[in-house]
Design a binder for this molecule. Structure first.
Ligand code: 2M8
Length: 447
C-alpha cells in the first residue's frame, strides 16, 4: 500500500510516534482518498457511498476537519432535487468495476437526478449526525467556511424526503424499498420478504438475466451474498429505476421499516436541532420529529426477545430475526429500554464482552454464518454506533471495552471490512475506510 496524505494536508495532525492505530488509519484513509472524497475500498467499492462517507468523515475529522467537511460536500453534490442523498455517487470511469454501476442506473434519464451519475436508492441517514461531529472538531474552521450554514438546507431537504416520500401509512417511520437501503444487505430478516420477490421475479422474467459479479474479484464468494440474492437485488433496483425511482409506486414488492434506519434518522434529527441552533434557526421541529420517530419505534419492540424487529409494511408482520439493527435504537437518549437492550447485548445472542465486537446476527440462530457479509460477521460501524449508545446511557465500562476491541481488531487485521465474532478472523476486503475512520474516532478525546 502506498501511503499518501490527502491534499488538504495543512490541518493534518501528526500522530504520536507510538500510536500505530492513528498512523495506520491515516494511511488507509490517505490510500482510499480519490478526487474530493474517500472510497470505501479501492477495489471492491470504487465509488462514493452515502453512509460510508458520513462514517468516514467522523474519523477523518481527527486528521483534517477541512477534509472531513469536503467529504460531505462532495457527497451532497449527488443530491437529487427531491432531497434524496443517493446510495452511491459514481465515478463514470469505473463502470465495469462495480455492479450495478452508472450504465445500469442511467440517472441522467431520470427527472430530478443531478448532473453527476448516481444510484437511485438511498442509505441510512447518518449525515446530519456526522456533519455536527465534523463541525465540533474545529468550530472556527467550520464557521470560516460556513459549513453548517451551507449544509443545513441540504440536510433539511433530505430529511423532508424521508418524511414525505418514504412514509407509507401512518406509522411515523420511514420505509426502505431495497435491502441495500438498510446498509445490511443480506441480513436474514430480509429472506422472507425476498422469497416473495423471487416468486414475482420468476413470473415476470421468462429468461434468466446475467448477474455480473465484479465483487468476487476482491472478496471470496463464501463471504458475499449469493447469486440468488443478487438476482433479487438487481430485479428490485431495475424495477425502481424503470419506475423513475418513484416512491409512490404502490405495487413495489419490498417495503420494510427497519429499526436501525429509523433510529439513525432520529439521531440525525437531534443533530439537526443542534445545527439549527448554531445556524440561528428554530430547533423545536427537529426535536419534535426525533421524539416522534423514537415513539414510533415502539411498534417494532419485541418483548419476548428484548430487541427491535423490522416490519414488512406490505403484510404488517414483524420479521422474527434478532439482528444487530434491532439494538441500534440504543443510540437514542429517549430509547425506552436501555437496560433490556444491554441485557440482549450481553446475552447469548450477541455475547458482548465474549465475542469480537458484536455479531451482525443472533449467534444462536441456525442460519447464523460468521463469515458471510451481514449474516453474522461483526462490523465496525455497528460497533461504533453501539459504543455511542452505551456511553449515552451510562454503560461506560462496556463502551470502553468495546472501543478497545474495535481498535485492536482493526489494527491486528489490516483494517478489515468485517470479522468473525467468535474467532476474530478477518473477512471481506481489507484497508476498509470506515473501519479505519471509526476505530480512530473511538480512541480520540472528541470520539
Ligand atoms: C455494502 O453494500 C454494497 C451495496 O451498497 C455492496 O455490497 O456492493 C454494504 O456493506 C453497505 O452497507 C456499504 O455501504 C457498502 C460500501 O461499503 O458495501
Amino acid at each position: 500500500m502506498t501511503v499518501r496524505l490527502p491534499p488538504a494536508s495543512e490541518g493534518v495532525t501528526r500522530p504520536a510516534p507510538d500510536d500505530a492505530l492513528f498512523a495506520g488509519a491515516m494511511a488507509v484513509l490517505g490510500h482510499n482518498w480519490h478526487a474530493l472524497h474517500t472510497l470505501p475500498a479501492t477495489g471492491l467499492y470504487p465509488h462514493q457511498w452515502s453512509w460510508d462517507s458520513a462514517f468516514i468523515a467522523i474519523g477523518s475529522r481527527h486528521l483534517s476537519p477541512r477534509r472531513a467537511a469536503q467529504e460531505m460536500d462532495s457527497l451532497l453534490c449527488g443530491q437529487w432535487s427531491d432531497g434524496r442523498i443517493p446510495q452511491i455517487v459514481f465515478d463514470p470511469a469505473r463502470d465495469d468495476d462495480y455492479s450495478p454501476g452508472p450504465s445500469f442506473w442511467r440517472s441522467d434519464l431520470i427527472p430530478g437526478a443531478p448532473a453527476t451519475p448516481t444510484a437511485g436508492l438511498i442509505q441510512p441517514p447518518n449525515h446530519a449526525w456526522a456533519c455536527l461531529l465534523v463541525h465540533q472538531a474545529d468550530p472556527q474552521e467550520s464557521e470560516r467556511r460556513q459549513f453548517l450554514r451551507r449544509i443545513y438546507p441540504k440536510l433539511l431537504a433530505w430529511h423532508e424526503y424521508l418524511a414525505v416520500r418514504r412514509s407509507r401509512g401512518r406509522s411515523g417511520l420511514a420505509c426502505v424499498i431495497h435491502p441495500w437501503e438498510t446498509g445490511m444487505d443480506n441480513a436474514p430478516a430480509w429472506d422472507a420478504v425476498l422469497s416473495g420477490v423471487t416468486a414475482t421475479r420468476l413470473r415476470e422474467q421468462s429468461v434468466d438475466i446475467a448477474i455480473p459479479r465484479p465483487d468476487l474479484l476482491h472478496a471470496s464468494a463464501s463471504e458475499r451474498p449469493t447469486n440468488a440474492e443478487y438476482a433479487n437485488y438487481l430485479y428490485l433496483a431495475a424495477r425502481y429505476r424503470d419506475h423513475r425511482c418513484d416512491d409512490l409506486d404502490s405495487t413495489y414488492p419490498f417495503v420494510v421499516e427497519d429499526p436501525a434506519f429509523n433510529a439513525i434518522w432520529a439521531a440525525s434529527e437531534l443533530a439537526m436541532a443542534e445545527i439549527a441552533t448554531l445556524c440561528g434557526v428554530e430547533a423545536g421541529p427537529h426535536r419534535d420529529r426525533a421524539a416522534a420517530i423514537t415513539d414510533a419505534l415502539s411498534a417494532l419492540w419485541n418483548a419476548d426477545l428484548d430487541i427491535y424487529l423490522a416490519r414488512n409494511v406490505l403484510t404488517g408482520e414483524l420479521l422474527q430475526h434478532a439482528g444487530i439493527a434491532g439494538l441500534i435504537p440504543l443510540i437514542l437518549p429517549g430509547a425506552p429500554h436501555p437496560r433490556k437492550l444491554l441485557g440482549t447485548l450481553l446475552g447469548p445472542r450477541f455475547a458482548l464482552g465474549r465475542s469480537i465486537l458484536i455479531p451482525s446476527y443472533d449467534l444462536t440462530a441456525s442460519d447464523y454464518d460468521g463469515a458471510r457479509y451481514w449474516r453474522g460477521p461483526a462490523w465496525f460501524n455497528t460497533a461504533w454506533m453501539l459504543v455511542q449508545g452505551l456511553r449515552r446511557h451510562g454503560f461506560d465500562d462496556h463502551a470502553a471495552a468495546l472501543a478497545r476491541v474495535m481498535r485492536q481488531a482493526a489494527l491486528a487485521h489490516n483494517f478489515p471490512e468485517y470479522v468473525d465474532p467468535r474467532t476474530g478472523e478477518a473477512h471481506g476486503t481489507r484497508l476498509f475506510s470506515w473501519t479505519a475512520a471509526l476505530a480512530l474516532d473511538v480512541g480520540q478525546p472528541l470520539g
